[in-house]
Design a protein around this ligand. Sequence first.
Ligand SMILES: Cc1cc2nc3c(=O)[nH]c(=O)nc-3n(C[C@H](O)[C@H](O)[C@H](O)COP(=O)(O)OP(=O)(O)OC[C@H]3O[C@@H](n4cnc5c(N)ncnc54)[C@H](O)[C@@H]3O)c2cc1C
Length: 355
Amino acid sequence: MTIDAHTEVRLPDPSAVFGHLTSHIAQHGIDLEHVADNHVRFHHEGCTLDIRQNLESLTVSIAAPSSNMLFFLKEAVAMHVVEVDPIAGEALRWSGIGEATAQPLNFRPLALINRTQPCANMVRLTLSGDDVVRLAQDGLHVKLMIPMDRTRDPAWPTVGANGVTRWPDGPDRLHVRYFTIRALRPELHEVDIDVVQHAGGMISDWASKATKGDRIGVMGPGGGAIPVQRDGLLFAGDETALPAIARILEGLGADAQGNVVVAWPGGANVSDYLPPSPLKVTTLPRDSFRAGIADVVRKMGAEATVRYGWFGGEHDNAQALRQIFKQEFRLGKGEQLSVAYWRDGVRGDATGAGD
Ligand SMILES: Cc1cc2nc3c(=O)[nH]c(=O)nc-3n(C[C@H](O)[C@H](O)[C@H](O)COP(=O)(O)OP(=O)(O)OC[C@H]3O[C@@H](n4cnc5c(N)ncnc54)[C@H](O)[C@@H]3O)c2cc1C
């Protein structure tokens, strides 16, 4: 079943917004169907977006398989209209099915109920709240958020009438970062998130000091998928990617083949952290991972054909691995993914606004 939403935005220059939206979609590597000169459509992950440029307006129709995805696409469209024409973007209104909510549909405040240590240098937060079952669909990653000023009660994001998330500003500003849902127990209303301990990190600090009942905002999920390939797999990542690699291994099943190479901080066995899997797991000490991972991956590629390459970790490593996957292993679209999970010396805001 799909749910849908529609909008018609009156614009002095509909072609500017039409061009902005279509070039943005193309940048994401999504194939556009050109229905007519003034009319495009695309299908992606079960969603359909239909955009038509009229004489004095733009009409957009969205069909999506879940409320979460519908919310995300409505917001994306409205944000792009705001970028080109802020007045028209603010005036945009949606009709159709889709829950109109005061807070973003994919947002929920959760409370800390337990903290454990699955391995050295990592804290496992067990969080609890209503409706965590929604975190089971649409991706592996969430945004975690806490007030920048930890002495203040949190003010959470709201949704404007045009569907765009309004982030608290001024003294209520939030610190927002991406994390991975390590485990979900909807029947118990519980979620586990593993947070790497590192100097100067606000969420890292919250994770080690928060007390039971303290609240943290969770938005998502989105992003992260299990590859379709089942042989010649190569997953590499530092500690921040351990939760994602664990989730992917859980999703791959018993017939998958290939290698996993991770930074392992010790304090437990990697086989206790990662789920049982037919892939061969190699660990590198966390202190030598960043300097050594590119050569280890090259060597693995020389020993056996890599058909799918995946990396999550520090920005410079991610860039190097992307080059290796594309240029040395000749992997194309859908056969490799290399993502910067953090950047040395840079605070990586996940609201898009920067902090
Ligand atoms: C899709 C995705 C999924 C992620 N999943 C996880 C996850 O499950 N668990 C997890 O721990 N992280 C995960 N990360 C990485 C996490 O978002 C960053 O490490 C984030 O910066 C941590 O936020 P913070 O508030 O603790 O530190 P920030 O305030 O963002 O950073 C402060 C300083 O610490 C540095 N820093 C940030 N991360 C590290 C690190 N790991 N080691 C050393 N220095 C660092 C920054 O360069 C900056 O100088 C993920 C990132 C992405 C994009």
